[in-house]
Design a protein around this ligand. Structure first.
Ligand code: S3P
Length: 180
């Protein structure tokens, strides 16, 4: 069964994804990297030349491709905006157990203070933007997720343990549904 990480920019999806992939001995996929490889351009370049809508379309296509390829027993980290499109929810949930790494806006601000790689954050009013975006996104993350894990002020090991503990039941239920 795939493990899928969703959550706001800076919530640690990639870091956790890589650590989980080591611990579970399951390959790791990052949908941002997948899209960049396929497009032959960085996310910033895609936003700049094609715009955000085009990128969002690429995100949906990436999920569809992973499902079509029959990807299983992977750890998959997604871009922070992936669950903002409702049609992606069904795709994500079909793909595996969806884990929301929930983070407070203050922690995002602190973690991404010097980030230059995320096009949405390249504005002077970063703090307001993060708070507004978080308010809009939180209900969508909640709706999409099978499991929620709070990440603020926690060490990676502890977050991993919580992911395992909380996912176990969902995992079994989804597996049964898939193979019955
Ligand atoms: C985005 C998050 C980014 C990336 C793109 C848009 C978002 O991924 O997909 O810059 O809308 O939140 P991370 O969450 O890995 O930073």
């Amino acid at each position: 069964m795939n493990i899928i990480l969703i959550g706001f920019m800076g919530s640690g999806k990639s870091t956790m994804g890589i650590r989980l992939s080591y611990r579970m001995k399951q390959p790791y996929i990052d949908t941002d990297k997948y899209i960049e490889r396929k497009a032959g351009r960085s996310i910033s370049e895609i936003f700049e030349t094609d715009g955000e809508d085009a990128f969002r379309q690429m995100e949906t296509e990436a999920l569809e491709a992973l499902i079509a390829d029959g990807i299983r027993d992977h750890v998959i980290a997604t871009g922070g905006g992936m669950p903002m499109k409702e049609e992606n929810h069904a795709l994500l949930r079909k793909l595996g157990v969806v884990i929301w790494l929930r983070i407070r806006p203050e922690s995002v601000l602190e973690r991404l203070a010097s980030d230059t790689s995320r096009p949405l954050l390249q504005r002077p009013d970063r703090e307001t933007l993060i708070r507004d975006l978080m308010e809009k996104r939180a209900p969508m993350y909640a709706k999409c997720a099978d499991v929620t894990v709070d990440v603020d002020d926690k060490r990676v090991e502890r977050i991993m343990d919580e992911i395992f503990t909380k996912s176990r039941g969902v995992w079994k239920r989804k597996k049964r549904m898939k193979y019955e």
